[in-house]
Design a protein around this ligand. Sequence first.
Ligand code: DGY
Length: 319
Amino acid sequence: MKPVISITNVFPEAAIEKLKPRGELRLNRSGAALTRDDLKKLAAESAAIVSYLSDPIDREIIEAGGNLKIVANYGAGYNNIDVASAREKGVWVTNTPGVLHETTADLTWAMILAVARQIAPADRFTRQNLFTGWRADLFLGADAHGKTLGVIGCGEIGRAVARRALGFGMKVLYCQRRRLPDAEEKRLNAEYVSLEELLRNSDYVTLHVPLTDQTRHMIGRDQLRMMKRTAYLVHAARGKVVDDRALVEALKAGEIAGAALDVYEDEPALTPGMTNLDNLLLLPHIGSATRETRDRMALLVADNVLDALSGKRPRASVW
Ligand code: DGY
């Protein structure tokens, strides 16, 4: 009997084809998230679960997995999975490192430039036929080139964002728990500073940390107040790293110039007040959403599953 491989939501065909010969596939092509009960049932029946970052794979679900060998998350972040419980039960947990950082860095730059130059409001204005001729004060924005970029979290994605800043002639400040090797700092022309120093001196602050107990709400009212009134916050990491209510208040009060969000504290719900703010760019968690990268991610997910089913340590195991 072939092992059951369950995929909780839509998944690229190329990866489905790769998995097909090795298992009995249970697919959910509806686009709707599975309920907790569905997930528990899947865990009980499957040898492998391919999960979305929005599927809460907690202790109860992992414990329901009699024959479960792996939870293969379709994403780099895996804060939706109780890794400690999985480890205790000998269930592999995998993610997709090394294949999405460049794409997510591209989107981060799209967000930086879009919020600084008011691209979304300018588009809305133009398509409403409000453009009646060139004006010197129409949609005045801020320069990115020559400014200071603050990168919070200089892992794969943060470094890819910092590397692009070189082309814009920007000064880069970064903070994280561990300092980068000298050679890497030089390559990125980046200076290691404290979070407070970064917030006080950056024109653009971009977040690239995972969600952990240490990073939850690392940007709240006090941190936003440290930022320059002319600065922008850009966030394509995990929603709960920022206190969204405090952000809405700071934007309303003009404490910072603007923000761009790809992720939300109560995702997919938005915090009240967000949609009324023109200095806030809102995107639907599309950091890694290119056809090429989603295929690469899915093929890596498939490799992780196949590794585990052949009794090997999966190549992108997180424990
Ligand atoms: C990830 O990989 O964690 C992203 O948020 C999904 O694009």
